[in-house]
Design a protein around this ligand. Structure first.
Ligand code: HEC
Ligand code: HEC
Ligand code: HEC
Length: 457
Protein backbone atom coordinates (compact mmCIF):
# COMPACT_ATOMS: atom_id res chain seq x y z
CA UNK A 1 0.00 0.00 0.00
CA UNK A 2 1.49 3.32 -1.09
CA UNK A 3 -0.75 5.16 1.34
CA UNK A 4 0.99 3.68 4.38
CA UNK A 5 3.82 6.27 4.73
CA UNK A 6 1.36 9.09 4.22
CA UNK A 7 -0.85 7.71 6.93
CA UNK A 8 2.07 7.33 9.33
CA UNK A 9 3.18 10.91 8.67
CA UNK A 10 -0.34 12.13 9.08
CA UNK A 11 -0.83 10.28 12.30
CA UNK A 12 2.42 11.61 13.72
CA UNK A 13 1.52 15.15 12.73
CA UNK A 14 -1.99 14.98 13.99
CA UNK A 15 -1.00 13.29 17.23
CA UNK A 16 1.52 16.05 17.90
CA UNK A 17 -0.84 18.83 17.01
CA UNK A 18 -3.95 17.77 18.81
CA UNK A 19 -3.17 15.99 22.05
CA UNK A 20 -5.69 18.06 23.95
CA UNK A 21 -8.67 16.90 21.99
CA UNK A 22 -8.20 13.44 23.46
CA UNK A 23 -8.30 14.74 26.98
CA UNK A 24 -11.31 16.91 26.38
CA UNK A 25 -13.33 14.17 24.76
CA UNK A 26 -16.70 13.83 26.40
CA UNK A 27 -19.89 12.05 25.38
CA UNK A 28 -22.02 14.01 22.94
CA UNK A 29 -25.51 15.14 23.87
CA UNK A 30 -27.00 12.50 21.62
CA UNK A 31 -25.06 9.77 23.40
CA UNK A 32 -26.27 10.97 26.77
CA UNK A 33 -29.83 11.12 25.54
CA UNK A 34 -29.56 7.63 24.08
CA UNK A 35 -28.03 6.13 27.23
CA UNK A 36 -30.74 7.69 29.36
CA UNK A 37 -33.34 5.72 27.40
CA UNK A 38 -31.68 2.35 27.96
CA UNK A 39 -32.59 0.55 31.15
CA UNK A 40 -30.95 -2.83 30.87
CA UNK A 41 -27.47 -2.58 32.44
CA UNK A 42 -25.64 -4.80 29.91
CA UNK A 43 -27.20 -2.97 26.99
CA UNK A 44 -26.30 0.37 28.53
CA UNK A 45 -22.65 -0.64 28.86
CA UNK A 46 -22.53 -1.91 25.27
CA UNK A 47 -24.17 1.25 23.98
CA UNK A 48 -21.69 3.43 25.86
CA UNK A 49 -18.75 1.53 24.34
CA UNK A 50 -20.04 1.57 20.76
CA UNK A 51 -21.12 5.21 21.00
CA UNK A 52 -17.79 6.21 22.44
CA UNK A 53 -15.41 4.20 20.27
CA UNK A 54 -17.15 3.20 17.09
CA UNK A 55 -19.90 5.64 16.19
CA UNK A 56 -17.63 8.07 14.31
CA UNK A 57 -17.45 5.68 11.37
CA UNK A 58 -20.61 3.67 11.78
CA UNK A 59 -23.38 6.21 11.68
CA UNK A 60 -24.50 8.55 8.96
CA UNK A 61 -25.53 11.04 11.64
CA UNK A 62 -22.07 11.20 13.05
CA UNK A 63 -20.22 14.27 14.28
CA UNK A 64 -17.14 14.82 12.12
CA UNK A 65 -13.81 14.33 13.84
CA UNK A 66 -11.58 17.35 14.41
CA UNK A 67 -8.99 16.40 11.73
CA UNK A 68 -11.59 16.37 8.97
CA UNK A 69 -10.15 19.69 7.78
CA UNK A 70 -6.72 18.18 7.02
CA UNK A 71 -6.31 17.62 3.28
CA UNK A 72 -5.35 13.91 3.23
CA UNK A 73 -7.14 13.06 6.43
CA UNK A 74 -10.30 14.38 4.93
CA UNK A 75 -10.11 11.99 2.00
CA UNK A 76 -9.17 8.97 4.12
CA UNK A 77 -11.62 9.56 6.90
CA UNK A 78 -14.49 10.42 4.59
CA UNK A 79 -13.87 7.06 2.92
CA UNK A 80 -13.76 5.32 6.33
CA UNK A 81 -17.04 6.85 7.35
CA UNK A 82 -18.67 6.00 4.07
CA UNK A 83 -17.40 2.42 3.95
CA UNK A 84 -17.78 1.82 7.66
CA UNK A 85 -21.36 3.06 7.65
CA UNK A 86 -22.23 1.06 4.59
CA UNK A 87 -20.74 -2.09 6.13
CA UNK A 88 -22.20 -1.71 9.59
CA UNK A 89 -24.67 0.97 10.55
CA UNK A 90 -25.43 1.66 14.20
CA UNK A 91 -28.18 4.25 13.57
CA UNK A 92 -31.23 3.57 15.68
CA UNK A 93 -30.11 0.07 16.64
CA UNK A 94 -30.13 0.74 20.38
CA UNK A 95 -33.73 1.90 20.51
CA UNK A 96 -35.91 -0.46 22.58
CA UNK A 97 -32.94 -1.93 24.44
CA UNK A 98 -30.98 -3.01 21.38
CA UNK A 99 -33.87 -4.48 19.42
CA UNK A 100 -32.38 -3.20 16.16
CA UNK A 101 -29.37 -5.54 16.29
CA UNK A 102 -30.01 -8.48 14.00
CA UNK A 103 -28.47 -11.93 14.27
CA UNK A 104 -26.08 -10.88 11.50
CA UNK A 105 -25.10 -7.64 13.28
CA UNK A 106 -24.22 -9.59 16.40
CA UNK A 107 -22.18 -12.14 14.43
CA UNK A 108 -20.22 -9.41 12.66
CA UNK A 109 -19.64 -7.57 15.89
CA UNK A 110 -18.37 -10.78 17.45
CA UNK A 111 -16.20 -11.21 14.35
CA UNK A 112 -14.35 -7.92 14.93
CA UNK A 113 -13.96 -8.71 18.64
CA UNK A 114 -12.29 -11.98 17.59
CA UNK A 115 -9.91 -10.54 15.02
CA UNK A 116 -9.27 -7.20 16.80
CA UNK A 117 -9.75 -5.31 13.53
CA UNK A 118 -11.83 -2.48 14.99
CA UNK A 119 -11.39 0.36 15.52
CA UNK A 120 -8.84 0.70 12.69
CA UNK A 121 -5.28 1.41 13.83
CA UNK A 122 -5.07 4.82 12.21
CA UNK A 123 -8.13 5.90 14.15
CA UNK A 124 -6.68 4.69 17.44
CA UNK A 125 -3.54 6.70 16.72
CA UNK A 126 -5.64 9.85 16.75
CA UNK A 127 -8.10 8.80 19.42
CA UNK A 128 -6.03 7.43 22.25
CA UNK A 129 -8.98 6.18 24.22
CA UNK A 130 -10.72 4.45 21.35
CA UNK A 131 -8.99 1.08 21.63
CA UNK A 132 -11.27 -1.61 23.00
CA UNK A 133 -9.97 -2.59 26.42
CA UNK A 134 -10.24 -6.15 27.67
CA UNK A 135 -13.10 -5.05 29.89
CA UNK A 136 -14.90 -3.49 26.90
CA UNK A 137 -14.54 -6.69 24.90
CA UNK A 138 -15.84 -8.72 27.82
CA UNK A 139 -18.82 -6.37 28.25
CA UNK A 140 -19.66 -6.50 24.55
CA UNK A 141 -19.42 -10.30 24.53
CA UNK A 142 -21.65 -10.51 27.61
CA UNK A 143 -24.25 -8.33 25.96
CA UNK A 144 -24.12 -10.34 22.70
CA UNK A 145 -24.62 -13.52 24.74
CA UNK A 146 -27.58 -11.99 26.56
CA UNK A 147 -29.32 -10.79 23.40
CA UNK A 148 -28.83 -14.10 21.62
CA UNK A 149 -30.03 -16.20 24.50
CA UNK A 150 -33.13 -14.04 24.91
CA UNK A 151 -33.94 -14.36 21.25
CA UNK A 152 -33.29 -17.99 20.42
CA UNK A 153 -36.21 -19.13 18.35
CA UNK A 154 -35.42 -22.85 18.38
CA UNK A 155 -36.42 -24.91 21.39
CA UNK A 156 -34.02 -27.12 23.32
CA UNK A 157 -30.66 -25.34 23.07
CA UNK A 158 -28.40 -26.23 25.98
CA UNK A 159 -27.63 -23.27 28.26
CA UNK A 160 -23.90 -23.53 27.50
CA UNK A 161 -24.59 -22.77 23.84
CA UNK A 162 -27.47 -20.30 24.12
CA UNK A 163 -25.11 -17.47 23.19
CA UNK A 164 -23.36 -19.23 20.31
CA UNK A 165 -23.39 -17.64 16.86
CA UNK A 166 -24.89 -20.81 15.42
CA UNK A 167 -28.32 -22.29 16.22
CA UNK A 168 -29.74 -25.77 15.64
CA UNK A 169 -32.42 -26.21 13.01
CA UNK A 170 -35.97 -26.68 14.27
CA UNK A 171 -37.05 -30.32 14.60
CA UNK A 172 -40.39 -29.68 12.95
CA UNK A 173 -41.95 -26.93 10.86
CA UNK A 174 -45.68 -26.27 10.70
CA UNK A 175 -46.88 -26.28 7.08
CA UNK A 176 -50.02 -27.21 5.19
CA UNK A 177 -49.35 -30.90 4.42
CA UNK A 178 -51.47 -30.90 1.25
CA UNK A 179 -49.59 -27.94 -0.14
CA UNK A 180 -46.30 -29.62 0.68
CA UNK A 181 -47.41 -32.75 -1.12
CA UNK A 182 -48.57 -30.83 -4.20
CA UNK A 183 -45.33 -28.85 -4.19
CA UNK A 184 -43.31 -32.06 -3.99
CA UNK A 185 -45.04 -33.36 -7.13
CA UNK A 186 -44.43 -30.13 -9.01
CA UNK A 187 -40.81 -30.07 -7.89
CA UNK A 188 -40.37 -33.44 -9.60
CA UNK A 189 -42.55 -32.61 -12.63
CA UNK A 190 -40.68 -32.44 -15.95
CA UNK A 191 -43.64 -30.70 -17.59
CA UNK A 192 -42.20 -27.50 -16.12
CA UNK A 193 -39.47 -27.66 -18.80
CA UNK A 194 -39.92 -26.90 -22.50
CA UNK A 195 -39.04 -30.40 -23.74
CA UNK A 196 -40.29 -32.35 -20.70
CA UNK A 197 -36.80 -33.49 -19.80
CA UNK A 198 -36.00 -31.53 -16.64
CA UNK A 199 -37.65 -31.01 -13.29
CA UNK A 200 -36.41 -28.89 -10.41
CA UNK A 201 -35.04 -32.12 -8.95
CA UNK A 202 -32.77 -32.63 -11.98
CA UNK A 203 -30.50 -29.91 -10.63
CA UNK A 204 -31.61 -30.11 -7.00
CA UNK A 205 -31.56 -33.85 -6.39
CA UNK A 206 -32.72 -34.56 -2.85
CA UNK A 207 -30.35 -37.56 -2.91
CA UNK A 208 -27.40 -35.37 -3.85
CA UNK A 209 -27.59 -32.89 -1.01
CA UNK A 210 -30.28 -30.89 -2.83
CA UNK A 211 -27.79 -29.96 -5.59
CA UNK A 212 -26.42 -31.73 -8.68
CA UNK A 213 -22.79 -32.54 -7.93
CA UNK A 214 -21.58 -30.61 -11.01
CA UNK A 215 -19.35 -27.60 -11.47
CA UNK A 216 -22.24 -25.78 -13.13
CA UNK A 217 -25.81 -26.74 -13.97
CA UNK A 218 -26.89 -28.44 -17.20
CA UNK A 219 -30.16 -27.11 -18.61
CA UNK A 220 -32.40 -28.41 -21.41
CA UNK A 221 -30.70 -29.69 -24.57
CA UNK A 222 -27.50 -30.15 -22.59
CA UNK A 223 -26.79 -26.45 -22.26
CA UNK A 224 -24.16 -25.69 -19.65
CA UNK A 225 -25.21 -22.87 -17.34
CA UNK A 226 -22.95 -20.18 -15.93
CA UNK A 227 -23.01 -21.05 -12.23
CA UNK A 228 -22.96 -23.84 -9.62
CA UNK A 229 -26.33 -25.15 -8.37
CA UNK A 230 -26.84 -24.35 -4.69
CA UNK A 231 -28.68 -26.75 -2.41
CA UNK A 232 -32.42 -26.33 -1.89
CA UNK A 233 -32.22 -27.82 1.60
CA UNK A 234 -32.86 -25.19 4.27
CA UNK A 235 -33.02 -22.42 1.67
CA UNK A 236 -36.04 -21.08 3.56
CA UNK A 237 -33.58 -19.75 6.16
CA UNK A 238 -31.69 -17.57 3.69
CA UNK A 239 -32.65 -13.91 3.50
CA UNK A 240 -32.70 -13.94 -0.32
CA UNK A 241 -32.46 -16.55 -3.06
CA UNK A 242 -29.80 -17.02 -5.76
CA UNK A 243 -26.09 -16.30 -5.51
CA UNK A 244 -26.83 -12.67 -6.39
CA UNK A 245 -30.00 -12.43 -4.29
CA UNK A 246 -32.23 -11.45 -7.21
CA UNK A 247 -35.23 -13.32 -5.77
CA UNK A 248 -36.53 -11.99 -2.47
CA UNK A 249 -38.62 -15.06 -1.65
CA UNK A 250 -38.86 -18.75 -2.50
CA UNK A 251 -42.09 -17.99 -4.34
CA UNK A 252 -40.36 -15.45 -6.54
CA UNK A 253 -37.41 -17.80 -7.07
CA UNK A 254 -39.54 -20.70 -8.32
CA UNK A 255 -40.52 -18.77 -11.44
CA UNK A 256 -36.88 -18.18 -12.42
CA UNK A 257 -35.78 -21.59 -13.74
CA UNK A 258 -39.02 -22.22 -15.64
CA UNK A 259 -38.46 -19.11 -17.75
CA UNK A 260 -34.66 -19.30 -17.91
CA UNK A 261 -33.66 -20.36 -21.46
CA UNK A 262 -30.52 -22.05 -20.11
CA UNK A 263 -32.46 -24.03 -17.48
CA UNK A 264 -36.01 -25.25 -18.14
CA UNK A 265 -36.43 -22.99 -21.18
CA UNK A 266 -40.20 -22.75 -20.92
CA UNK A 267 -42.75 -20.08 -20.03
CA UNK A 268 -45.90 -20.00 -17.91
CA UNK A 269 -48.30 -20.13 -20.86
CA UNK A 270 -46.73 -23.37 -22.06
CA UNK A 271 -46.56 -24.88 -18.56
CA UNK A 272 -50.16 -23.94 -17.68
CA UNK A 273 -51.29 -25.41 -21.00
CA UNK A 274 -49.65 -28.74 -20.19
CA UNK A 275 -50.69 -28.96 -16.55
CA UNK A 276 -54.31 -28.05 -17.29
CA UNK A 277 -54.58 -31.17 -19.44
CA UNK A 278 -54.04 -33.27 -16.30
CA UNK A 279 -57.51 -33.64 -14.74
CA UNK A 280 -56.22 -35.08 -11.47
CA UNK A 281 -53.83 -32.17 -11.00
CA UNK A 282 -56.61 -29.68 -11.82
CA UNK A 283 -58.71 -31.17 -9.00
CA UNK A 284 -55.81 -31.19 -6.59
CA UNK A 285 -55.08 -27.51 -7.24
CA UNK A 286 -58.76 -26.54 -6.96
CA UNK A 287 -58.94 -28.13 -3.52
CA UNK A 288 -56.10 -25.95 -2.23
CA UNK A 289 -56.35 -22.82 -4.35
CA UNK A 290 -59.72 -21.43 -5.49
CA UNK A 291 -58.12 -19.97 -8.64
CA UNK A 292 -56.85 -23.40 -9.68
CA UNK A 293 -53.65 -23.83 -11.68
CA UNK A 294 -51.96 -20.45 -12.06
CA UNK A 295 -48.30 -19.51 -12.14
CA UNK A 296 -48.71 -17.89 -8.74
CA UNK A 297 -50.22 -21.03 -7.22
CA UNK A 298 -47.55 -23.26 -8.74
CA UNK A 299 -44.88 -21.04 -7.19
CA UNK A 300 -46.74 -21.05 -3.88
CA UNK A 301 -46.97 -24.86 -3.73
CA UNK A 302 -43.33 -25.34 -4.71
CA UNK A 303 -42.18 -22.75 -2.17
CA UNK A 304 -44.21 -24.43 0.56
CA UNK A 305 -42.59 -27.76 -0.31
CA UNK A 306 -39.18 -26.10 -0.15
CA UNK A 307 -39.98 -24.80 3.35
CA UNK A 308 -40.36 -28.46 4.34
CA UNK A 309 -36.82 -29.24 3.16
CA UNK A 310 -35.32 -28.76 6.61
CA UNK A 311 -32.56 -31.08 7.79
CA UNK A 312 -32.35 -31.17 11.60
CA UNK A 313 -30.44 -33.57 13.87
CA UNK A 314 -26.95 -33.04 12.52
CA UNK A 315 -24.16 -33.93 14.96
CA UNK A 316 -23.61 -30.24 15.62
CA UNK A 317 -27.30 -29.72 16.38
CA UNK A 318 -27.27 -32.62 18.84
CA UNK A 319 -24.21 -31.10 20.47
CA UNK A 320 -25.90 -27.69 20.74
CA UNK A 321 -28.90 -29.40 22.30
CA UNK A 322 -26.63 -30.72 25.03
CA UNK A 323 -25.23 -34.06 23.83
CA UNK A 324 -21.58 -33.28 24.52
CA UNK A 325 -20.50 -36.64 23.10
CA UNK A 326 -21.94 -35.81 19.67
CA UNK A 327 -18.69 -34.16 18.53
CA UNK A 328 -15.23 -35.77 18.64
CA UNK A 329 -12.31 -33.73 19.93
CA UNK A 330 -11.16 -32.87 16.38
CA UNK A 331 -14.70 -31.75 15.51
CA UNK A 332 -14.97 -29.71 18.71
CA UNK A 333 -11.65 -28.06 17.93
CA UNK A 334 -12.93 -27.41 14.41
CA UNK A 335 -15.98 -25.69 15.89
CA UNK A 336 -13.71 -23.47 18.02
CA UNK A 337 -11.71 -22.53 14.92
CA UNK A 338 -14.94 -21.91 13.06
CA UNK A 339 -16.28 -19.61 15.77
CA UNK A 340 -13.00 -17.71 15.87
CA UNK A 341 -12.66 -17.22 12.10
CA UNK A 342 -15.80 -17.79 10.09
CA UNK A 343 -18.89 -16.60 11.94
CA UNK A 344 -18.97 -12.99 10.80
CA UNK A 345 -20.28 -14.47 7.54
CA UNK A 346 -21.42 -18.02 8.31
CA UNK A 347 -23.74 -17.51 11.30
CA UNK A 348 -27.29 -18.36 12.32
CA UNK A 349 -29.35 -21.49 11.78
CA UNK A 350 -27.97 -21.93 8.29
CA UNK A 351 -24.35 -20.98 8.97
CA UNK A 352 -24.79 -18.51 6.13
CA UNK A 353 -27.54 -17.13 3.95
CA UNK A 354 -27.74 -13.89 5.96
CA UNK A 355 -25.56 -11.56 3.91
CA UNK A 356 -23.67 -10.82 0.72
CA UNK A 357 -19.92 -10.73 0.94
CA UNK A 358 -17.12 -10.06 -1.45
CA UNK A 359 -15.34 -13.21 -2.64
CA UNK A 360 -11.78 -12.16 -2.00
CA UNK A 361 -11.99 -9.87 1.00
CA UNK A 362 -8.38 -10.37 2.01
CA UNK A 363 -6.75 -11.25 -1.33
CA UNK A 364 -7.68 -11.12 -4.99
CA UNK A 365 -9.43 -14.44 -5.59
CA UNK A 366 -10.24 -13.82 -9.24
CA UNK A 367 -6.71 -12.71 -10.18
CA UNK A 368 -5.34 -15.93 -8.66
CA UNK A 369 -7.95 -18.22 -10.21
CA UNK A 370 -6.30 -18.33 -13.65
CA UNK A 371 -9.55 -18.56 -15.58
CA UNK A 372 -11.12 -15.54 -17.28
CA UNK A 373 -13.72 -13.49 -15.43
CA UNK A 374 -17.28 -14.35 -16.39
CA UNK A 375 -20.47 -12.37 -16.06
CA UNK A 376 -21.51 -14.66 -13.18
CA UNK A 377 -18.36 -13.66 -11.25
CA UNK A 378 -19.76 -10.15 -10.79
CA UNK A 379 -22.33 -11.61 -8.36
CA UNK A 380 -24.61 -9.14 -6.59
CA UNK A 381 -23.49 -6.39 -9.01
CA UNK A 382 -25.37 -8.13 -11.83
CA UNK A 383 -28.54 -7.44 -9.88
CA UNK A 384 -27.89 -4.05 -8.23
CA UNK A 385 -25.36 -2.50 -10.68
CA UNK A 386 -23.70 -0.89 -7.69
CA UNK A 387 -19.92 -0.67 -8.02
CA UNK A 388 -19.38 -1.75 -4.40
CA UNK A 389 -21.40 -4.93 -5.03
CA UNK A 390 -18.94 -6.34 -7.57
CA UNK A 391 -17.81 -9.89 -6.70
CA UNK A 392 -20.20 -10.13 -3.77
CA UNK A 393 -22.16 -13.36 -3.36
CA UNK A 394 -24.77 -14.55 -0.97
CA UNK A 395 -22.85 -16.36 1.74
CA UNK A 396 -23.93 -19.97 1.16
CA UNK A 397 -25.35 -22.16 3.89
CA UNK A 398 -22.89 -24.73 5.23
CA UNK A 399 -25.60 -27.21 6.21
CA UNK A 400 -25.01 -30.60 4.52
CA UNK A 401 -21.90 -29.14 2.95
CA UNK A 402 -20.14 -32.53 2.85
CA UNK A 403 -22.76 -33.65 0.30
CA UNK A 404 -22.62 -30.72 -2.13
CA UNK A 405 -19.15 -30.66 -3.72
CA UNK A 406 -17.87 -29.02 -5.86
CA UNK A 407 -17.89 -25.69 -4.03
CA UNK A 408 -18.26 -21.95 -4.70
CA UNK A 409 -20.32 -20.15 -7.32
CA UNK A 410 -17.79 -21.24 -9.94
CA UNK A 411 -17.54 -24.83 -8.69
CA UNK A 412 -13.77 -24.37 -8.46
CA UNK A 413 -13.11 -26.21 -5.18
CA UNK A 414 -13.35 -29.99 -5.53
CA UNK A 415 -13.10 -30.92 -1.86
CA UNK A 416 -14.10 -29.46 1.45
CA UNK A 417 -10.42 -29.19 2.37
CA UNK A 418 -9.78 -27.09 -0.77
CA UNK A 419 -12.74 -24.87 0.06
CA UNK A 420 -11.53 -24.35 3.64
CA UNK A 421 -8.02 -23.36 2.44
CA UNK A 422 -9.50 -20.89 -0.05
CA UNK A 423 -11.76 -19.38 2.62
CA UNK A 424 -8.76 -19.06 4.96
CA UNK A 425 -6.66 -17.24 2.40
CA UNK A 426 -9.26 -15.07 0.66
CA UNK A 427 -11.92 -14.40 3.31
CA UNK A 428 -10.12 -14.64 6.65
CA UNK A 429 -6.58 -13.69 5.63
CA UNK A 430 -4.94 -16.79 7.15
CA UNK A 431 -3.04 -19.75 5.79
CA UNK A 432 -4.43 -22.51 7.97
CA UNK A 433 -2.08 -25.38 8.86
CA UNK A 434 -2.89 -28.87 7.60
CA UNK A 435 -4.23 -29.88 10.99
CA UNK A 436 -6.42 -26.78 11.21
CA UNK A 437 -7.79 -27.51 7.74
CA UNK A 438 -8.45 -31.10 8.82
CA UNK A 439 -10.28 -30.04 12.01
CA UNK A 440 -12.32 -27.34 10.26
CA UNK A 441 -13.30 -29.88 7.59
CA UNK A 442 -14.16 -32.46 10.24
CA UNK A 443 -16.39 -29.85 11.85
CA UNK A 444 -18.09 -29.02 8.54
CA UNK A 445 -18.88 -32.70 8.11
CA UNK A 446 -20.87 -32.61 11.37
CA UNK A 447 -23.39 -30.35 9.60
CA UNK A 448 -24.99 -33.21 7.70
CA UNK A 449 -28.55 -33.44 8.97
CA UNK A 450 -31.55 -35.67 8.38
CA UNK A 451 -34.29 -35.34 5.82
CA UNK A 452 -37.46 -37.26 6.65
CA UNK A 453 -35.55 -39.21 9.29
CA UNK A 454 -32.60 -40.40 7.20
CA UNK A 455 -29.19 -38.75 6.85
CA UNK A 456 -28.90 -36.38 3.89
CA UNK A 457 -26.84 -37.98 1.14
C1 HEC B 1 -12.12 5.18 11.57
C2 HEC B 1 -13.40 4.65 11.30
C3 HEC B 1 -13.86 3.42 12.07
C4 HEC B 1 -14.02 3.28 13.42
C5 HEC B 1 -13.74 4.27 14.51
C6 HEC B 1 -14.59 1.96 13.62
N1 HEC B 1 -14.77 1.36 12.42
FE1 HEC B 1 -15.65 -0.45 12.09
N2 HEC B 1 -15.33 -0.27 10.09
C7 HEC B 1 -14.73 0.80 9.47
C8 HEC B 1 -14.59 0.52 8.05
C9 HEC B 1 -13.96 1.43 7.03
C10 HEC B 1 -15.16 -0.77 7.83
C11 HEC B 1 -15.29 -1.53 6.51
C12 HEC B 1 -14.00 -2.08 6.04
C13 HEC B 1 -13.45 -3.15 6.89
O1 HEC B 1 -14.18 -4.11 7.22
O2 HEC B 1 -12.28 -3.05 7.24
C14 HEC B 1 -15.62 -1.24 9.14
C15 HEC B 1 -16.24 -2.44 9.36
C16 HEC B 1 -16.78 -2.84 10.57
C17 HEC B 1 -17.58 -4.02 10.77
C18 HEC B 1 -17.96 -5.04 9.71
C19 HEC B 1 -16.79 -5.97 9.56
C20 HEC B 1 -17.15 -7.30 8.97
O3 HEC B 1 -16.20 -8.08 8.79
O4 HEC B 1 -18.29 -7.61 8.72
C21 HEC B 1 -17.90 -4.07 12.09
C22 HEC B 1 -18.74 -5.13 12.78
C23 HEC B 1 -17.30 -2.93 12.73
N3 HEC B 1 -16.63 -2.20 11.77
C24 HEC B 1 -17.38 -2.66 14.07
C25 HEC B 1 -16.71 -1.63 14.69
C26 HEC B 1 -16.65 -1.46 16.11
C27 HEC B 1 -17.28 -2.43 17.12
C28 HEC B 1 -15.95 -0.33 16.34
C29 HEC B 1 -15.59 0.28 17.65
C30 HEC B 1 -14.90 -0.57 18.56
C31 HEC B 1 -15.57 0.22 15.05
N4 HEC B 1 -16.04 -0.60 14.08
C32 HEC B 1 -14.88 1.42 14.85
C33 HEC B 1 -14.34 1.97 10.07
C34 HEC B 1 -14.34 2.21 11.43
C1 HEC C 1 -30.85 -26.63 -15.01
C2 HEC C 1 -30.66 -26.76 -13.61
C3 HEC C 1 -31.71 -26.17 -12.68
C4 HEC C 1 -33.06 -26.40 -12.68
C5 HEC C 1 -33.84 -27.24 -13.62
C6 HEC C 1 -33.56 -25.70 -11.53
N1 HEC C 1 -32.57 -25.06 -10.86
FE1 HEC C 1 -32.72 -24.08 -9.14
N2 HEC C 1 -30.86 -23.38 -9.36
C7 HEC C 1 -29.98 -23.77 -10.35
C8 HEC C 1 -28.84 -22.89 -10.35
C9 HEC C 1 -27.64 -22.96 -11.27
C10 HEC C 1 -29.06 -21.95 -9.32
C11 HEC C 1 -28.19 -20.77 -8.97
C12 HEC C 1 -28.51 -19.69 -9.97
C13 HEC C 1 -28.03 -18.32 -9.55
O1 HEC C 1 -27.85 -18.10 -8.36
O2 HEC C 1 -27.91 -17.46 -10.41
C14 HEC C 1 -30.34 -22.32 -8.71
C15 HEC C 1 -30.88 -21.68 -7.59
C16 HEC C 1 -32.02 -22.14 -6.93
C17 HEC C 1 -32.46 -21.70 -5.63
C18 HEC C 1 -31.76 -20.67 -4.75
C19 HEC C 1 -30.94 -21.33 -3.68
C20 HEC C 1 -30.04 -20.36 -3.00
O3 HEC C 1 -29.45 -20.73 -1.98
O4 HEC C 1 -29.88 -19.22 -3.46
C21 HEC C 1 -33.61 -22.37 -5.34
C22 HEC C 1 -34.45 -22.25 -4.09
C23 HEC C 1 -33.90 -23.20 -6.49
N3 HEC C 1 -32.89 -23.05 -7.42
C24 HEC C 1 -35.05 -23.95 -6.65
C25 HEC C 1 -35.43 -24.46 -7.88
C26 HEC C 1 -36.77 -24.84 -8.23
C27 HEC C 1 -37.96 -24.75 -7.30
C28 HEC C 1 -36.74 -25.31 -9.51
C29 HEC C 1 -37.89 -25.79 -10.35
C30 HEC C 1 -38.95 -24.85 -10.57
C31 HEC C 1 -35.36 -25.22 -9.95
N4 HEC C 1 -34.61 -24.65 -8.96
C32 HEC C 1 -34.90 -25.67 -11.17
C33 HEC C 1 -30.17 -24.81 -11.23
C34 HEC C 1 -31.42 -25.31 -11.55
C1 HEC D 1 -16.04 -12.47 4.78
C2 HEC D 1 -17.08 -13.48 4.72
C3 HEC D 1 -16.66 -14.93 4.85
C4 HEC D 1 -15.87 -15.51 5.80
C5 HEC D 1 -15.16 -14.84 6.97
C6 HEC D 1 -15.89 -16.92 5.52
N1 HEC D 1 -16.66 -17.18 4.42
FE1 HEC D 1 -17.00 -19.00 3.59
N2 HEC D 1 -18.00 -18.12 2.07
C7 HEC D 1 -18.21 -16.76 1.92
C8 HEC D 1 -18.72 -16.50 0.60
C9 HEC D 1 -19.10 -15.14 0.03
C10 HEC D 1 -18.80 -17.74 -0.06
C11 HEC D 1 -19.23 -17.98 -1.53
C12 HEC D 1 -18.03 -17.68 -2.40
C13 HEC D 1 -18.21 -18.05 -3.86
O1 HEC D 1 -19.06 -18.88 -4.14
O2 HEC D 1 -17.47 -17.53 -4.70
C14 HEC D 1 -18.35 -18.75 0.90
C15 HEC D 1 -18.32 -20.11 0.64
C16 HEC D 1 -17.87 -21.07 1.55
C17 HEC D 1 -17.90 -22.49 1.31
C18 HEC D 1 -18.44 -23.18 0.06
C19 HEC D 1 -19.95 -23.29 0.14
C20 HEC D 1 -20.62 -23.79 -1.11
O3 HEC D 1 -21.75 -24.28 -1.01
O4 HEC D 1 -20.04 -23.68 -2.20
C21 HEC D 1 -17.36 -23.10 2.41
C22 HEC D 1 -17.18 -24.58 2.64
C23 HEC D 1 -17.00 -22.04 3.34
N3 HEC D 1 -17.35 -20.83 2.79
C24 HEC D 1 -16.41 -22.25 4.57
C25 HEC D 1 -15.88 -21.22 5.34
C26 HEC D 1 -15.03 -21.44 6.47
C27 HEC D 1 -14.66 -22.79 7.06
C28 HEC D 1 -14.67 -20.21 6.93
C29 HEC D 1 -13.74 -19.87 8.04
C30 HEC D 1 -12.43 -20.47 7.97
C31 HEC D 1 -15.30 -19.23 6.08
N4 HEC D 1 -16.01 -19.88 5.12
C32 HEC D 1 -15.18 -17.86 6.25
C33 HEC D 1 -17.96 -15.81 2.88
C34 HEC D 1 -17.14 -15.99 3.98
Amino acid sequence: MKKAPVIVALIALAALSFPLSNLLHKPSDETEKLLAQIHDPKTKKAAAILQGKCIDCHSSQTRLPFYMNFPIAHELIAKDIEEGTEEFNLNGKFAHNGAGFTELDLARLEGVLNDHSMPPLRYVALHWNANLSEADTKDLRGWIYQLRSQRRSVAGIHGDFAGDPVEPLPLTVALNANQVSLGRKLFHDTRLSADNTLSCASCHDLHKGGADGSVSATGIRGQIGPINSPTVFNSAYSVKQFWDGRAATLEEQAGGPVNNPLEMGSNWKQVLGKLNQDPQLVVEFKRLYPAGITSKNIMSAIATFERSLVTPNSKLDKYLRGDKTALSSAETHGYQLFKANCISCHAGKNLGGLSFEKMGRKADYFADRHTPLTQADYGLYNFTHKESDKFKFKVPTLRNIAQTAPYFHDGSAKTLEDAVRVMGKYQVGKNFSDSEVADLSAFLKTLTGEYEGTPVQ
